[in-house]
Ligand binder design. Structure first.
Ligand code: FE
Length: 468
């Protein structure tokens, strides 16, 4: 029995042969894909039929690295700042000033934007966790659950305070914004055992094996994590059959060791198939080789790297070496959207320009980084990222009937180099219709009302935090 049939579409399967089926269909039973093939062969009597009307039917997009709450801090005050200036003068003070309700509102805004951009799975890196109170985390997880899409909550771990030299550097940066209410630098630092126990119980409470919601241990950055914490995080990932993620080698300022961050992580036992490293911009050929050798995956955050001017991650070298790389949007106030298709366009073009080689990061590779490779990077190559029988029924219909997408001889090329993201028409996750004809079906909330409440809350937050 077929519960749902998506038909009359150009089905971009992303299977091993990267097959595109013109006039194809996808049959869904329960939360799984039952069959993929020519529309005429799958004209079964389904309970519900979605007519793709010639649009592209693609796997739900997987965003392997993002941040949610700071979406309310969007605005021009984040421009012309380097990483530390942005982090310590904007993001930290802003997110720390938010109430639980504001975090939930931010999560709602985030999910609406993500769904409308075709995202069905996202990995949040919560880097500002105060562990004595779970209310913010649980308010956000409740929103994600109601959104109807999949989320991984990366539970931030910090167990090492900044050294005196770094503290002085940050104090000087903060002194440039005397009107901002800066939280104490050590606010997030916990004892190693405490943070490991907290993360373990959060996983036990909210990780749903084979469900839509998961929790990963997420050491925030190398300089604020002890070697024991990295080992414990990896051990937790093994114990609970999840992954672990960390920000690694994003900006030059954090690379102050005698050995590279990648080499350091190898030494402490954090590289391997359960590790997903965000960024990896400041790495060399030897580091790339180590990532490949250990099966460590990378989340490339192109737009954030451009906006904070941290540089070009060696994605081409990573691909050549066989490293699995997914494309993340990173902070919604950096990229400055939660929109994998628009980021892919910039990313593919950006690397061509940087390398002065139009052959690098071809459209198919870029599209893989939003789908099958992103799914592999988060440990779900067997269930997400392609349209194949037996996989989870996460699929998106993109309306190709637009002037800027015409003509379209190759949907993958068109999706990467021309689509903007707003052409997403229908989103299905785990067999449930989350958005149809651009109307959200998952939240009760009226979108216009959410946008207006978010704007009001954001203005109040900016005022309260003391931003100029
Ligand atoms: Fe990040």
């Amino acid at each position: 029995m077929t519960d749902l049939l998506v038909t009359n579409g150009r089905v971009v399967t992303q299977n091993a042969a990267r097959e595109v089926i013109d006039d194809g269909a996808v049959a869904v039973a329960g939360d799984e894909i039952q069959a993929v093939g020519p529309a005429e062969e799958l004209a079964a009597d389904a309970d519900r039929v979605v007519d793709a009307e010639g649009g592209a039917v693609i796997p739900g997009l997987v965003n392997p690295h993002t941040h949610v709450s700071d979406i309310l801090l969007r605005g021009s005050f984040a421009e012309d700042r380097g990483l530390l200036d942005w982090l310590y003068n904007v993001k930290r003070p802003g997110t720390l000033a938010m109430t639980v309700d504001e975090h939930a509102l931010a999560a709602t805004l985030y999910c609406i934007e993500a769904i409308r951009a075709g995202v069905t799975t996202f990995v949040e890196n919560d880097t500002e966790v105060v562990w004595d109170d779970w209310s913010t985390i649980e308010a956000k997880l409740d929103v994600y659950d109601r959104s109807g899409i999949r989320n991984v909550y990366g539970a931030g771990m910090v167990d090492r305070g900044a050294d005196p030299e770094f503290q002085e550097l940050v104090r000087d940066i903060q002194a440039r914004e005397p009107g901002v209410d800066h939280p104490p630098l050590e606010l997030f630092v916990e004892e190693t055992d405490t943070v490991v126990d907290e993360v373990a119980s959060l996983i036990e409470t909210h990780h749903v094996p084979d469900g839509r919601q998961s929790v990963w241990p997420a050491p925030v950055v190398v300089p604020t994590t002890t070697n024991r914490c990295f080992r414990e995080a990896y051990a937790l990932a093994e114990e609970y059959d999840v992954m672990t993620t960390a920000h690694v080698a994003e900006a030059e300022a954090e690379e102050r060791r005698d050995i590279s961050s990648i080499e350091y992580l190898r030494n402490v036992g954090y590289l391997g198939e359960r590790a997903l490293l965000g960024h990896c911009v400041q790495i060399d050929a030897g580091d790339v080789r180590l990532l490949a050798k250990t099966g460590t995956a990378v989340a490339h955050n192109f737009m954030a790297n451009m906006r904070l001017a941290t540089g070009f991650a060696p994605v081409v070298a990573m691909h050549d070496a066989g490293v699995t790389v997914g494309l993340g949007t990173d902070n919604s106030i950096l990229s400055d959207t939660v929109n994998p298709l628009s980021d892919a366009r910039a990313m593919a073009g950006g690397h061509k320009g940087f390398h002065r080689d139009p052959g690098v990061v071809p459209a198919q590779t870029a599209f893989d980084m939003l789908t099958i490779d992103a799914a592999a990077a988060i440990g779900h190559a067997d269930s997400l990222g392609s349209l194949e029988a037996g996989k989870q029924a996460d699929l998106v219909v993109v309306d190709l009937d637009h002037p800027h997408l015409t003509p379209c001889s190759d949907p993958v090329f068109t999706l990467v180099h021309a689509a903007q993201g707003f052409e997403v028409d229908t989103v299905i996750c785990a067999g449930e219709v989350v958005m149809a004809e651009r109307e959200l079906r998952s939240f009760d909330a009226d979108v216009g009302d959410v946008l207006s409440r978010a704007s009001t809350a954001a203005a109040d937050l900016v005022d309260r935090t003391g931003f100029e």
